[in-house]
Design a protein around this ligand. Sequence first.
Ligand SMILES: NC(=O)c1ccc[n+]([C@@H]2O[C@H](COP(=O)([O-])OP(=O)(O)OC[C@H]3O[C@@H](n4cnc5c(N)ncnc54)[C@H](OP(=O)(O)O)[C@@H]3O)[C@@H](O)[C@H]2O)c1
Length: 254
Amino acid sequence: MKLLDQVALVTGASRGIGKSIALGLAAAGAHVACVATREENAAEVAAAVRALGRRALAVGCRVEDAAQVAAAVERVEAELGPVDLLVNNAGISLPQSLLKMTEENWDQHMDVNAKSVFLCTQAVVRKMQAAGRPGNIVNIGSILGRNAVPATLGYCTSKAAVDHMTRVLAIECAKWNIRVNCVAPGYIRTELIDELVREGKLTLDAIEKRTPQRRMGSGTDVAQAVVYVASADAGFMTGSVLVIDGGWNAYGYF
Ligand SMILES: NC(=O)c1ccc[n+]([C@@H]2O[C@H](COP(=O)([O-])OP(=O)(O)OC[C@H]3O[C@@H](n4cnc5c(N)ncnc54)[C@H](OP(=O)(O)O)[C@@H]3O)[C@@H](O)[C@H]2O)c1
């Protein structure tokens, strides 16, 4: 078990990729605080972590709200112990074309996808640094942090920010023995994708044809990368962006 008895805090852990990450970390031996917008949303995943024999906590917290983030970290440390690993996974994607895009749409993406990384990382790193404990931060970026697709100005820009925040945070935190990396998934079948398909903004067929491995990814594909990045196996890795996308990013044709 690569992460035996470590305490992990995973944001956006009620479903989708975050749920897979929470369960993947538990299978690797970690105790997991599962954060979602409301505590009850994360309760089922916390129960699934407990069923794997690990300790778990469901926490309600809007990750773009500094006061809620500080309170969540206090509660996790009081109930599970000092946080060893933070996974900044919570995110939203609300595509709007440039001419129709609202200021609110921009702010929502930047707040939930990017500002949250600053707030959650600062709150957790303050604790690690004060206690003199080593730690790991894993940010969930996206292939759209470096590749552009239309009508995604808010999403792509916020994910590009996550990539670059990873590098800045990594060099600042290295002196405290805290590693900061990013896992950047390609298209992973989750509710976020299903909603875009329902709205006619994506088709599953187009994604699979565009992906050299001819399939969408699973939450487990991402979770296994997170376990690796957070483990001692990746001890000399910091400031890196690890792409998990079935070859989508490498492919030059349509
Ligand atoms: N799916 C993909 O193909 C894909 C590809 C690349 C990157 N990603 C990234 O992977 C991450 C997870 O995506 P997903 O597909 O698993 O999304 P999802 O199925 O829509 O799940 C989103 C999660 O984020 C939580 N969340 C949303 N807004 C929040 C807020 N303001 N405060 C706290 N929690 C919040 C949700 O909690 P509630 O249940 O309480 O709403 C939920 O747990 C995101 O950062 C996304 O950008 C996804």
